[in-house]
Design a protein around this ligand. Structure first.
Ligand SMILES: N=c1c2ncn([C@@H]3O[C@H](COP(=O)(O)OP(=O)(O)OP(=O)(O)O)[C@@H](O)[C@H]3O)c2ncn1[C@@H]1O[C@H](COP(=O)(O)O)[C@@H](O)[C@H]1O
Length: 107
């Protein structure tokens, strides 16, 4: 099993965002700004959805990697560190998703 983590990839994205856009896809997206980076994230999300619906495990694995990478680029452009997202996910472990949904619907 790979020991490579999203935190490792976040460090790479941070480092490559400072490279020349001519030599780095990360730098190219970051320099293009959030509308371009977010659009790319949306495209990758749709491709992952299509692979999931097609029950194409190999392609879903590939598209999920694209999706996670492009999410990290969007977070980078937004100035949101991965640890903030992880903290929010950790906070949510306190209750089930269905309980949380029910609490919103009753308010
Ligand atoms: N994980 C990724 C990663 N996943 C996908 N991509 C790139 O995302 C781009 C978009 O892919 P698509 O084929 O979906 O889109 P496209 O048709 O080529 O693009 P469009 O012209 O249609 O917009 C491709 O250039 C992919 O190579 C990535 N580019 C970089 N990384 C990571 O970032 C590191 C630094 O990369 P650079 O920033 O390019 O140096 C790499 O070593 C990887 O660790």
């Amino acid at each position: 099993m790979s020991e490579f983590t999203l935190a490792d990839l976040e460090k790479i994205v941070d480092a490559r965002s400072k490279a020349s856009p001519d030599e780095s896809w990360t730098a190219k997206l970051v320099s293009a700004g959030q509308p371009k980076a977010a659009k790319k994230l949306g495209e990758e999300a749709i491709e992952a959805v299509m692979a999931a619906i097609a029950d194409d495990r190999e392609n879903l694995t590939y598209e999920a990697a694209d999706l996670l990478y492009h999410l990290l680029v969007v977070l980078k452009v937004a100035g949101i560190p991965l640890h903030s997202v992880m903290a929010e996910l950790e906070r949510r472990t306190a209750q089930s998703g269905l309980t949380e949904k029910a609490s919103r619907q009753s308010s």
